[in-house]
Design a protein around this ligand. Structure first.
Ligand code: GLC
Length: 762
């Protein structure tokens, strides 16, 4: 509905309705089972409590009156329950389950669950008047009390600003070409995880449910989690810090591997570079103009009639030759691979898929066909292990030609029909546990990227694959980078890309980014300059635009914009060691590369709502310009001393400052007390680092610290110890000289950096 009928009086309901829902009721029996499960049998159903650690607990309500299913991981859960000591205290009115850090109080009549910090006694979260419920059509819901100061972050890929309090959010992977606006809540990726911040204290909640889920944060004193089906299955992560919460969530759902270094370089894309000549010409222009480049994308035109695992012979007569030639100059090709397989019986992929029952179909055995680029298409059933293996093996087609990165698109899955996707009654094989598309829709893209990543890894003899995906679910970080889909060349979309990526990072996905310059709509020089600046210091950095839009390669808008783009793409390469070190940290701890200010300054309430600034790691603050004709901007600097990266000017924090930001300036501030490992710029990540530059920004007491991580950047050898990490400390001596010390904490790899330079700032 896109006219006023949408606001007909009959459409209106007030508040968070719970009509038709039945409360779980009161506890009739309580038992401690072997394996650590605590089971509460209630008048309306069964609730189980299971600890995954001292600070992580799972609370699940079964469906249809039975006990919840706790054994299936759906390929999402990689963390397992831990045998923790739980003290059990049963009273007439409640049962208290206490670990060294967390106390879960289950009130009996009716059942209401609350969570407390076992050490401080602080209340973290809990149900109030309403608690867990189930609907008549298989829906489940849970209500929790909300305090006035509570703020909400995460929720995966969501439009709008950083803090989601007041919003209604829905999770249903959707291809949205229409302009994303603050209430476009269903986008390509669904991650039903969020973090609540109260004062400096954080705790997290994961609604482990693959059906359509929703979160209503629009009330005053309670919020609601809802799922269209399945069991109500929640994990609570007790923090106490935001970093702890994300670490706990990613211990459960997995962490992103360290990406191949080239995936962190500058990437150029277009829908489409249509011929090998066009690709060569593009690469030549980058070289000629001295603009670094690591990868070029091939969008759908490279294929023969949009058949995946083919090249169009007239446009790309010798793909292996082209790829080899580009690799010699340090550049990689990343082809797009969509799930839709053209329904053409003379096309081997379709034939094999059909003959081997590998496509999605209905209970009666017929296949689901949908229209996508290749017109009538069948869709592999990635929910099934053997199908994933088949699909993964098909990637030998690319890997044999020297390709190391794959771009998964349209994997919501998107279908050109009214529902925009596959029929909900499609029955997926799901590793011999058949389930409907209604249940597994949100996981389709996740499974496709899992198949792709694992298949590529099998083909690549120990080298790290790179997969970029549009769709995903919790855990997608283990397999792919996420880009935020079809944005537009709007300033508003540049602005929105910052909180979107911050919330993705908080949701476990450190490697994410938006199409730099904007995908749809015509970009312009000023916008491209500003977008390239911020893209340079975002985790994933790709310029991409659509067929109908004017071109937006870095040089299209004249020399002033080209110079700005070159400067920031070079800056990306200068900063790559710092970024890479942060990715190594993310792979170990789950803490994102790009962080909201509150993650580093949890006590500072001025940080809680900041959507237009972020921290890159813990030592660098970035404050991009996201509006046209803006040459100065207001920057909030949390308490402490800061140094303007461009001018070396010292600025006292705990204040808002006005900073000059002419078109060639992205405001960047380094925290005093930092040793920042930078490097000389280079044309791509294959070129050696000529010099490691240690930039020293001393604190008031004359000290500074930093870390630098390195490995070979392309293989999995770091998993066997072939990595290098150095802690750097700098101290101002009595003589006024600055001493820089390096302490190699792990020397399993010999970094190929050339000379070392120390630059003392201020
Ligand atoms: C989708 C993708 C876009 C791609 C296009 C053609 O719209 O989101 O990035 O260029 O399809 O493949």
């Amino acid at each position: 509905m896109d006219n006023s009928l949408a606001i007909h009086p009959d459409q209106y309901t007030k508040g968070i309705a719970a009509e038709g829902f039945t409360d779980i009721g009161s506890v009739k029996a309580f038992a401690r089972l072997a394996g650590g499960e605590f089971r509460f049998t209630c008048t309306g159903g069964v609730v189980s409590v299971l600890f995954y650690g001292n600070r992580v607990v799972r609370v699940a309500m079964g469906v249809g009156g039975g006990a919840p299913e706790l054994s299936r991981d759906k390929h999402v859960l990689v963390g397992k329950p831990e045998a923790v000591a739980v003290e059990v205290a049963e009273r007439d009115d409640a049962v208290e389950l206490t670990t060294a850090a967390l106390r879960v109080v289950v009130r009996k009549a009716p059942l209401r669950v609350s969570y407390y910090d076992a050490v401080t006694g602080e209340w973290l979260a809990g149900e109030g008047e309403r608690g867990m419920m189930f609907g008549s059509k298989g829906e489940v819901a849970a209500y929790r009390t909300m305090l006035p100061e509570d703020r909400f972050y995460g929720f995966g890929e969501k439009a709008g600003f950083l803090d989601k309090r007041g919003e209604k959010l829905s999770m249903w992977n959707t291809d949205v070409y229409a302009p994303h606006n603050p209430e476009t809540s269903e986008l390509y990726v669904s991650i039903p995880f969020f973090l609540t911040l109260r004062g400096g204290r954080a705790f997290g909640t994961f609604l482990f449910n693959t059906f359509k889920t929703s979160f209503d944060l629009s009330g005053d004193s309670e919020y609601r989690m809802h799922a269209d089906g399945g069991q109500l299955d929640t994990f609570v992560f007790a923090g106490p810090s935001a970093k702890d919460v994300v670490s706990q969530y990613t211990a459960l759902t997995g962490r992103a591997p360290i990406p191949p270094k080239w995936a962190l370089g500058y990437h150029q894309s277009r829908y489409s570079y249509e011929t090998d000549g066009e690709v060569r010409e593009l690469v030549r222009a980058f070289k000629e103009k001295g603009i670094p480049l690591d990868a070029v994308y091939l969008d759908i035109h490279y294929m023969n009639g949009y058949r995946v695992f083919t090249f169009d012979k007239s446009r790309f007569p010798d793909p292996a030759g082209l790829i080899k030639e580009l690799r010699e100059s340090g550049i990689r090709i990343i082809p797009i691979v969509d799930p839709g397989v053209k329904a053409d019986p003379e096309y081997p992929v379709f034939r094999e898929g059909a003959a081997g029952s590998r496509f999605c179909g209905f209970a009666d055995g017929s296949l689901f066909y949908g229209q996508v680029w290749p017109e009538k298409s069948a869709f592999p059933d990635f929910t099934d292990g053997p199908v994933r293996e088949w699909w993964g093996d098909l990637h030998a087609f690319y890997a044999d030609k020297g390709i190391e990165g794959i771009w998964n698109d349209m994997n919501e899955p998107s279908v050109f029909n009214d529902s925009k996707t596959m029929d909900l009654d499609v029955l997926h094989k799901n590793d011999s546990q058949p389930a409907t598309h209604r249940e597994l829709h949100n996981q389709y893209g996740f499974f496709m990227s899992k198949a792709t990543y694992e298949g590529m890894a099998r083909q690549m003899a120990g080298r790290r694959p790179f997969v970029l995906t549009r769709a995903g679910f919790s855990g997608i970080q283990r397999y792919a980078a996420v880009w935020t889909g079809d944005n537009r060349s709007f300033w508003e979309h540049l602005e929105m890309s910052v909180p979107m990526c911050l919330n993705l990072g908080l949701s476990g996905v450190p490697l994410c980014g938006a199409d730099v310059g904007g995908f749809a709509h015509d970009s312009n020089g000023e916008l491209l300059a500003r977008w390239t600046q911020v893209g340079a210091l975002m985790p994933y950095f790709r310029n991409h635009s659509e067929m109908k839009a004017i071109r937006q390669e870095p040089w299209v808008f004249g020399s002033e914009v080209e110079d700005v783009a070159r400067k920031y793409i070079q800056l990306r390469y200068r900063w790559l060691l710092y970024l890479y070190t942060l990715f190594a940290e993310a792979s170990r701890t789950g803490v994102p590369v790009m962080r909201p200010l509150f993650m580093e300054f949890p006590e500072d309430a001025s940080c809680y709502g900041v959507s237009d600034q972020y921290m890159l790691g813990s030592q660098v603050l970035v404050a991009p310009v996201v509006r046209p004709n803006v040459l100065k901007r207001l920057v909030y600097l949390p308490a402490g001393d800061w140094v303007n990266y461009w001018t070396d000017e010292k600025v006292a924090g705990g204040a808002h400052v006005i900073v000059d930001a002419p078109l060639d300036t992205l405001p960047i501030f380094v925290r005093a007390g930092t040793v920042l490992p930078l490097a000389t710029a280079r044309m791509n990540t294959e070129q050696p680092v000529e010099a490691l530059e240690l930039h020293v920004y001393l604190s008031a007491d004359g000290s500074a610290e930093g870390t630098v991580y390195e490995d070979d950047g392309v293989t999995f050898a770091h998993g066997e110890g072939a990595w290098y990490e150095e802690k750097l400390t700098a101290t101002r001596l009595g003589s006024g000289e600055v001493e820089v010390r390096s302490n190699v904490v792990h020397g399993g790899y010999e970094p190929g950096w050339g000379e070392r330079r120390v630059v003392v700032h201020g």
